[in-house]
Design a protein. Structure first.
Length: 275
């Protein structure tokens, strides 16, 4: 008679095989769902999906049938083509509702500050102003530190301009026509035509810079974090004393854009949507 341990071993083999089959099926279903999310076509046929993912049409059909049961996929009975269903939308909305940019950005600020050896900040917009809500400072003797919760106008400084540049044209014109642009320092851009040119340049390169525009002696580079609609939901900046910062701009911009790209991705924005 087989020993007890041998019997147990024989009994485990089919269980492992079944588990492997289930995992493989789930992975294929995820591939199908992600293909719907990534393709530019709003509807897909079984043959298209099978050829794109290297699956049999029978397997794709079974997967689509299962996904339809949960409302993740819908079938047009006339065209026999499939599209994402209400269940997929609910999943996406549930994810977006749970996003907290300040919580997500906190460890990135620490990493950015360590990488640049300068202060990294997070700003959010409050109407026609913006405020700093978090910062991470480097371990060096002379540093920049910002005041959290203080409102600044959207035309003064790197973080402010990074917000303003990526609003809609209507919003920008509304801001520029509201009242004269108040200078905070002698370097603040207070001329509307000059500011329009600056905002266009910021949109072109993807980031803003400031040398003494918000506070004398301070310098920064800043870039927006986009949400799933391509709206600037927050701005990250790297800032430091102006004289020292001039030689650090290129390295700081590279590190900054790495961070804002990651955070924008977590907020649901993709490069394809930004094109």
């Amino acid at each position: 008679m087989p020993t007890k341990s041998n019997s147990a071993a024989k009994g485990q083999a089919p269980a492992r095989e079944n588990t492997g089959q289930v995992i493989a099926t789930v992975e294929r279903a995820v591939e199908v769902l992600m293909y719907f999310a990534e393709t530019s076509s709003p509807t897909l046929g079984v043959t298209e999906i099978a050829e794109a993912l290297g699956m049999s049409k029978a397997a794709v059909h079974r997967i689509l049938a299962s996904l339809r049961v949960r409302g993740l996929i819908e079938l047009d009975l006339v065209t026999r083509r499939y599209s994402l269903g209400v269940g997929s939308m609910r999943l996406g909305l549930a994810y977006l509702e749970r996003l907290d940019v300040q919580r997500i950005a906190a460890p990135e600020l620490v990493t950015l500050s360590q990488r640049t050896d300068e202060t990294a900040t997070l700003s959010i917009r409050t109407g026609w102003t913006r405020i700093y809500v978090d910062q991470a400072t480097p371990a060096r003797e002379v540093i920049m530190s910002v005041s959290l919760g203080v409102p600044y106008p959207l035309h003064a400084g790197g973080s402010s301009k990074a917000f303003l540049a990526f609003l809609t044209e209507e919003e920008i014109e509304n801001y520029l026509s509201r009242r004269p642009l108040e200078p905070l320092t002698g370097e603040t851009i207070a001329d509307v035509a000059e500011l329009r040119g600056e905002l266009a340049a910021i949109r072109e390169r993807g980031w803003a810079r400031s040398f003494g525009e918000r506070m004398a002696g301070a310098a920064s580079v800043a870039a927006p974090v986009f949400d799933h609609h391509g709206r600037p939901v927050a701005v990250i900046s790297v800032c430091g004393p102006q004289e020292r910062f001039r030689d650090e701009v290129d390295a700081c911009v590279e590190a900054l854009l790495d961070v804002t790209a990651r955070l924008s991705g977590q907020m649901g924005w993709t490069e394809e949507e930004g094109r």
